[in-house]
Design a binder for this molecule. Structure first.
Ligand code: MSP
Length: 645
C-alpha cells in the first residue's frame, strides 16, 4: 500500500453475552454507509468491527450454557459474523479480544504506559456495575443505581493497578479544544468537556478477583480491566505490536463510531492511554443516539428485543437499513415501531422508489422493445433533472462528512436522495411518455425515457452505500454492467453513461408491498408472504445452534373456535406443558372440531403477536396451501410439552 493514508473507520466491539439487536445493528449499518460512501468516492478505506469477549457477563453466559468461555465466544463470533453478513455490513476486518494478536498489542501498550510511569499498584474499594463493566462514584449514581442499567452496583475491594488518568485532564482538554480530537455531536462534546472541567480521577485497570481476561504483564495473577483491554482493539487489529509497517498506514483512526453511553471511554480514557504511550489520538469520535422500542430501552429482561433477523428474514436487509437510517437523526435517540417501519417500507421503498423503477422499465419495454434509447436535444425539464442528479452525490456527501463542520445525518442524506426519486417520478408524470407515444413524438420519447433511466442509474449509484442490495437489483434490472461495490467515482457524477443498446430486464419488485394479513390487526412481526430471494435466503445453511434457538414442543389441542368475522383464523387453546392461546390461519382447511385432541408441533418461543385483539403465543407447523393444508402432527405417546429435536 502506498500514498494517502487509508480512511480508518471503526464501530464499538460488541459484548457477546447476547446476540445483536436492532440497536447494536444500527451502529454497524451507519458505519457501513460511511465506509461504502468513501469507497464509492474512490478513497481507500479500512472498516473495523469485532467482539469484546473478556466481560464477566460473557463468562457467566458461557457457564450458564455449560460451555468453556472460549468455545462459547467462538460460537458467538460465528453468529455475529453471519448476522452482519446478512445485513450487508462490509467490514474489512473483525477483531476478537481473545485473539493472540490482540493480547500482544495489549501487552505492548501496557508496557509503554507502565514505562512512562503511569501505572501504579493500589487498593480499590468502591462500586462497580457489571453490566457497564464500569466503576462508579456514589455521586454519579441515580438513586443509588447505575444510571444506564438501573441495577445496583456491587461493592468491591481489591488489590488493583491504577492508571494515572488524572495527569491527562489538561492535555485532553487541549486536544479537544484544538480539534485534534473532534467529538460529535455537540451535546456529547459538552458532556465530555463537563467531565474534564470537573477533573479526572485515576482509574483501576486490573482485576484480581477473577481470571477471564488478559494477564497483567507485571503481575500475571491479575487480569487487565475489560475496557482497558477492549479499547486497544482499534490498534491491535491494524498491526500494533505485531506489524509495525502496517500500523502507520491506518492509524490514527479517522472515525470511531460508538453509542452515547460509551463516548466517555473513547474521549477520555482512550486518548489518555494513547498519549501516555506516545501514540496519536483518534481524529474523531461520534457518539450516536440509542434506538429504543416505543420509547423503552430494549432489553432481554423486558422481553422487547427486536433482532435484526426478525426483519431481515421477512423484508430483506435494505428495508431494515433504510428504516434505521431514515427514521432517526444520527446524534439523537430514535424509536422503532412496526407501524412506522411498515409505513416507510410501503411508502418510501415500495411506492416511491420501487414504483419508479417499475414504471420506467415497463415503458422502455413497451415503447422501445426493452432497449434504452439514445437521447436527443435536452429540453428545460430534462436539464433540470440532469442538474438535480449531478448535484446528488455532493449534496449527500455534505450529510456524511463531519470534517466539513456539520454533523453526520443519514436521515437528511436519504431525504435528499428521495427528493431526486420524487423529482424523477414527477418528471415522468409531467412529460407523460404515454402521450408522447400516442402522438408519435419519437425523438422526445427517446429523450424522456433515456433521461429517466439515466436518473435511475445515478440514484442507484448514490443509493448503493445505503441500500446495496436494492442498488444492485436496480442496476441488474436496468441491464447495466455496474455493481454497487465496483463503481468508479465518476459513476454518480457524470450524465449519459448508459451504454448504447442497453437492454432492460423484466421488472421485478425490489420491495414487494406488504399488506398485513388480517385487516385491523397489528402489523405482524413476521408477515407473510415471506420475501424470497432465490439462491440467497432459501437453502442457506444454518448451524445446529441456530436450530436450537427454536423451541419446538408437542402440543395437544384442547379447544378450537373460529375468530369472528374472519375466513381462516382459528383461536386454539393448546397444551404444551402449559396452556397457550394460538391464533392460526388454518380455518379454510379445518373445521374447529376436527382439530380437538390432535398432537401438533408448536414453536413455543415465537414472539407473541396480537391478531384481531387476541394475543397469539406460538405457531403450529403446517404445509400446503390455505385450502389444502396438512398439519404436522405427532403419532404415538408423546406428552404435551415434550421437546422436539
Ligand atoms: N463492549 C463495549 C464496547 C467496547 S468498544 C472498545 C460495549 N458493547 S455493547 O455490546 O454493550 O454495545 C455495543 C455498541 O452498541 C455500543 O456502541 C453501544 O452504545 C451500542 N448500543 C447498545 N444498545 C444500543 C441501542 N439500543 N441503540 C443504539 N446503539 C446501541 O459497549
Amino acid at each position: 500500500m502506498t500514498g494517502a493514508k487509508t480512511y480508518f473507520v471503526t464501530t464499538a466491539i460488541d459484548y457477546v453475552n447476547n446476540l445483536p439487536h436492532i440497536g447494536t445493528a444500527y451502529e454497524k449499518i451507519c458505519a457501513d454507509v460511511i465506509a461504502r460512501f468513501k469507497r464509492l468516492e474512490g478513497e481507500p478505506v479500512f472498516f473495523l468491527m469485532g467482539n469484546d469477549e473478556h466481560s464477566i457477563n460473557v463468562k457467566r453466559e458461557a457457564q450458564a450454557r455449560g460451555l468453556e468461555p472460549h468455545a462459547y465466544c467462538d460460537q458467538m463470533a460465528d453468529q455475529f459474523r453471519q448476522i452482519w453478513k446478512s445485513l450487508g455490513i462490509s467490514y474489512d476486518a473483525f477483531i476478537r479480544t481473545t485473539e493472540e494478536r490482540h493480547a500482544e498489542a495489549v501487552s505492548k501498550l501496557f508496557q509503554r504506559i507502565y514505562e512512562n510511569g503511569d501505572i501504579y499498584p493500589s487498593k480499590y474499594s468502591g462500586l462497580y456495575c457489571e453490566s457497564c463493566e464500569a466503576f462508579y462514584r456514589e455521586k454519579d449514581l441515580a438513586d443509588g443505581k447505575c444510571p444506564q442499567h438501573g441495577s445496583e452496583p456491587k461493592w468491591i475491594e481489591e488489590d488493583n493497578y491504577f492508571f494515572a488518568l488524572s495527569r491527562y485532564t489538561e492535555k485532553i482538554l487541549k486536544i479537544i479544544e484544538e480539534k485534534r480530537l473532534l467529538i460529535l455531536p455537540e451535546i456529547r462534546k459538552n458532556e465530555i468537556m463537563n467531565i474534564l472541567h470537573g477533573g479526572l480521577e485515576d482509574i483501576s485497570i486490573s482485576r484480581s478477583s477473577f481470571d477471564w481476561g488478559i494477564p497483567l504483564p507485571i503481575q500475571p495473577d491479575h487480569v487487565i480491566y475489560v475496557w482497558f483491554d477492549a479499547l486497544i482493539n482499534y490498534i491491535s487489529a491494524i498491526g500494533f505490536g505485531w506489524d509495525e509497517d502496517l500500523f502507520p498506514q491506518f492509524w490514527p483512526a479517522d472515525m470511531h463510531i460508538v453509542g452515547k453511553d460509551i463516548t466517555r471511554f473513547h474521549c477520555i480514557i482512550w486518548p489518555a492511554m494513547l498519549l501516555s504511550a506516545g501514540l496519536e489520538v483518534p481524529r474523531m469520535v461520534f457518539g450516536h443516539g440509542f434506538v429504543s422500542l416505543k420509547g423503552e430501552k430494549m432489553s432481554k429482561t423486558l422481553g422487547n428485543v427486536v433482532t435484526p433477523m426478525d426483519i431481515v428474514d421477512v423484508y430483506g436487509p435494505d428495508a431494515l437499513r433504510y428504516y434505521l437510517l431514515r427514521d432517526s437523526s444520527f446524534g439523537k435517540d430514535g424509536n422503532f415501531t412496526w407501524e412506522n417501519f411498515l409505513e416507510r417500507y410501503n411508502g418510501d421503498l415500495a411506492n416511491d422508489f420501487g414504483n419508479l423503477l417499475q414504471r420506467v422499465l415497463t415503458m422502455i419495454r413497451r415503447y422501445r422493445s426493452g432497449t434504452i434509447p439514445t437521447p436527443h436535444t435536452l429540453k428545460e425539464e430534462d436539464e433540470a433533472l440532469k442538474k438535480d442528479c449531478l448535484a446528488l452525490c455532493s449534496d449527500v456527501r455534505t450529510f456524511l462528512d463531519p470534517t466539513r463542520g456539520g454533523d453526520v445525518d443519514f436521515h437528511l442524506a436519504l431525504a435528499r436522495l428521495w427528493e431526486t426519486i420524487r423529482h424523477t417520478n414527477q418528471y415522468i408524470d409531467h412529460t407523460a411518455p404515454w402521450t408522447l407515444q400516442k402522438e408519435g413524438a419519437e425523438e422526445r420519447l427517446d429523450t424522456v425515457l433515456s433521461s429517466a433511466a439515466e436518473s435511475l442509474r445515478i440514484i442507484g449509484a448514490v443509493l448503493s452505500p445505503f441500500l446495496p442490495d436494492a442498488a444492485s437489483g436496480l442496476f441488474e434490472q436496468l441491464g447495466l454492467p455496474d455493481r454497487p461495490d465496483k463503481l468508479t467515482p465518476e459513476a454518480p457524477t457524470t450524465w449519459g453513461q448508459i451504454p448504447a443498446g442497453t437492454k432492460v430486464r423484466k421488472p421485478k419488485p425490489l420491495f414487494p408491498r406488504i399488506v398485513p394479513e388480517e385487516e385491523g390487526s397489528d402489523p405482524p412481526g413476521k408477515p407473510k408472504p415471506k420475501k424470497k430471494e432465490p439462491g440467497k435466503k432459501e437453502g442457506e445453511e444454518v448451524t445446529i445452534d441456530q436450530f436450537d434457538r427454536f423451541d419446538l414442543r408437542a402440543g395437544r389441542i384442547l379447544e378450537a373456535e373460529r375468530v369472528p368475522n374472519t375466513e381462516k383464523l382459528l383461536k386454539l387453546t393448546v397444551d404444551i406443558g402449559e396452556k397457550r392461546t394460538i391464533v392460526a390461519s388454518i380455518g379454510k382447511a379445518f373445521a374447529p372440531e376436527a382439530l380437538l385432541e390432535r398432537t401438533v408441533v408448536v414453536i413455543a418461543n415465537l414472539k407473541s403477536v396480537r391478531i384481531r385483539g387476541i394475543l397469539s403465543e406460538g405457531m403450529l407447523l403446517a404445509a400446503g396451501t390455505d385450502e389444502a393444508l396438512s398439519l404436522v402432527t405427532l403419532s404415538g405417546q408423546v406428552a404435551p410439552g415434550e421437546k422436539i429435536r
